[in-house]
Design a protein. Structure first.
Length: 254
């Protein structure tokens, strides 16, 4: 969407604060021995208390309130009573929701407890690259140039990017134009970021894979060459200068 009046900005801020707060609290709540279903139920209660509704459920009838992916699951993991979190797991939580007609999205990968499996370099790379990408975005910048920045920064750190997962426009629905904000230079994409537009910017930084494939459950994505992936995401408003990071209270950069 494009912000055209103050009421729309206020609406987007409230929706974004709801998903950002929920993500932060879910990360703080997660612990070894807990099932991903328990974690999802906790997040669902927070969203409900804030008057927000799960975006993946509303849009796709996703079998959960939030997406929770663990270890070799790259994204869209289904919360499950049989999936038990343990020390050192690489966990990704993606929280998106609708509140009063406005939609927002954010996500974060993190290590549960001690980093016994040495995932923190991957996680730190994803966070740092997202920060650098977001603060290069302003009206008139080519989307493909931001993709090139993300891939270049990933390669510098010895990582790859996933090429069939992208960021996207958001605001009045979960996925809007621009529909693809890739993590690499897509030379066919001549679109530029527009001032006052709302977009969800995501990093998909991988150890070995360059694409994701869907498992038989119809939702969960894993790497085509295995390995691990870290994802971090903010919803922002594009301006002529520094963007407005609507989901900043999720504290993924802290």
């Amino acid at each position: 969407m494009s912000i055209t009046k103050e009421a729309e900005l206020i609406g987007m801020k409230k929706a974004s604060e709801a998903v950002a707060y929920t993500l932060k609290e879910m990360k703080n709540y997660a612990q070894s021995g807990m099932t991903t279903k328990q974690l999802d139920t906790y997040g669902a209660a927070i969203l409900s208390d804030l008057g927000a509704k799960s975006a993946p459920f509303l849009t796709y009838r996703f079998p959960g309130c939030t997406c929770i992916s663990v270890n070799n699951e790259f994204c869209h993991g289904i919360p499950s009573v049989s999936k038990i979190l343990k020390e050192g797991d690489l966990v990704n939580i993606d929280v998106s929701a609708e509140l009063n007609g406005f939609w927002s999205d954010n996500g974060s990968s993190f290590v549960l407890g001690e980093d016994i499996n040495r995932h923190n370099n991957l996680i730190d790379a994803s966070k740092q690259i997202l920060h650098k990408a977001i603060y290069h975005i302003k009206g008139g910048i080519r989307i493909s140039d931001i993709g090139h920045l993300i891939e270049t920064e990933a390669k510098k750190r010895g990582f790859k990017v996933i090429k069939n997962l992208t960021g996207h426009g958001i605001g009045r629905s979960l996925h809007e134009e621009p529909s693809e904000i890739a993590n690499y230079r897509d030379r066919l994409n001549l679109t530029r970021f527009k001032k006052n537009s709302v977009v969800a910017i995501e990093t998909f930084i991988s150890t070995t894979s360059t694409h994701v494939v869907r498992l038989k459950d119809g939702w969960t994505m894993v790497g085509n060459k295995g390995g691990f992936m870290a994802q971090h995401e903010h919803t922002i408003v594009v301006t002529d200068g520094k963007p407005i990071v609507l989901t900043e209270i999720n504290e993924i950069w802290n």
